[in-house]
Design a protein around this ligand. Structure first.
Ligand code: UT7
Length: 335
């Protein structure tokens, strides 16, 4: 019997503070109408306070996941954190999360693939389950995007928000879970979407700070074109390869970067808006957290055997799509 990696639970966390489009109107030259019509975003959550890193949100998401799935930290074999805004350059945020939740045998590491990071991490974690090596793998996607956003740049500050989402992967032989993946990257995309300073090429200095080089630099229109084409193509490719017609797909779970990119992807795989998970209006683009936050918000509507297509596009460029057969019913509904 083939072992596959099933998602057996979801946890999530968004910080309390809500940054509305109205408040952004007071910071930069923009309007609620422009933001809603060009992106679909109405508000996003922001982690406030001194010394509050991405791990603060990730820990809360993982703790909720463990409580919901009745899992003890000691049972976890591996914890992967997908993040582009780690607490520190090192150690890995995954190590910080593991220490906080009290794992005893897990090894843990970060994965950095910008907005596609959660799909890369989920696929990586699944390999350890499929090979029979591990029984319980936690994959958490978390970002404090507000830590690298320039709130004087109207083309980026309206898009991003903070949040975290986590899933538990466990083995099954019932044909459920992650059944196919297609992950891609093309480093030529660097020029269009990057952070100029803070890494080894351009370490932090008074000059890099003065030049505002520690923030997201994005050529929005160029990224938009690549995102629409690549995310839609790869989602369609994974659906076709698995003989999934539009009718067979229960849910599209797209990275939430721009409502127009999501609509184009849904159109390409031929499904209507009622089958598309959407949270962008309330969370904005939370980078590595968008897909697990969608799963958390829609968990009560998911049924065992549902066919889900996950799709993402982000900095790198990186992009990809996964075919996941959902493995459980909401509590209260018999398996
Ligand atoms: O998640 C990882 C990957 N990232 C993405 O997928 C993001 C992809 N890109 C986008 O979502 C969109 O390109 C943006 C939302 C970033 C921008 O929307 P757009 O429709 O592509 O606008 P644009 O950059 O082509 O700019 C059009 C106009 C410009 O004015 P001019 O030069 O035509 O006078 C901008 O200055 O809109 C202006 N503009 C704004 N106006 C009001 C840009 N940002 C704003 C704003 N409010 N916040």
């Amino acid at each position: 019997m083939k072992i596959t990696a099933a998602i057996t639970g979801v946890g999530s966390y968004v910080p309390d503070y809500v940054l509305t489009n109205k408040e952004l109107e007071t910071l930069v030259d923009t309007t609620d109408e422009w933001i809603v019509s060009r992106t679909g975003i109405q508000e996003r959550h922001i982690l406030k306070g001194e010394n509050q890193g991405t791990s603060v949100m990730a820990i809360k998401a993982v703790e909720q996941l463990l409580a919901k799935t009745n899992t003890s930290a000691a049972e976890i074999d591996l914890l992967i954190c997908a993040t582009t805004t780690p607490d520190l350059v090192f150690p890995a945020t995954a190590n910080i999360i593991s220490a906080a939740i009290g794992t005893t045998k897990a090894f843990s590491f970060d994965m950095q693939a910008a907005c596609s990071g959660f799909l890369y991490a989920l696929t990586t974690g699944a390999q350890f389950i499929q090979s029979g090596t591990y029984k319980k793998v936690v994959v958490v996607g978390a970002d404090k995007m507000s830590s690298i956003i320039d709130y004087t740049d109207r083309s980026t500050c309206i898009i991003f928000g903070d949040g975290a989402g986590a899933v538990l992967l466990e083995p099954t032989t019932d044909g459920l879970g992650l059944l196919d993946h297609e992950l891609c990257s093309d480093g030529r995309g660097e020029q269009h979407l990057h952070q100029k300073a803070g890494g080894s090429r351009r370490p932090p200095s008074a000059e890099t700070v003065a030049n505002r080089e520690h923030f997201v630099y994005q050529e929005g229109a160029a990224v938009f074109k690549f995102a629409v084409k690549n995310m839609a193509d790869v989602a369609a490719q994974v659906a076709d390869r698995n003989h999934l017609s539009a009718n067979d797909i229960t849910w599209l779970v797209p990275h939430q970067a721009n409502k127009r990119i999501i609509d184009a992807t849904a159109q390409r795989v031929g499904i209507g808006p009622e089958k598309v998970m959407l949270t962008i209006h309330k969370y904005g683009n939370t980078t590595n957290a968008t897909i697990p936050l969608c799963l958390a918000d829609y968990e009560q509507q998911l049924r065992k055997g549902d066919n889900l297509i996950f799709a993402a596009f982000g900095g790198g460029f990186t992009w990809g799509a996964l075919y996941v057969k959902w493995a459980y019913n909401p509590s209260g509904i018999m398996n």
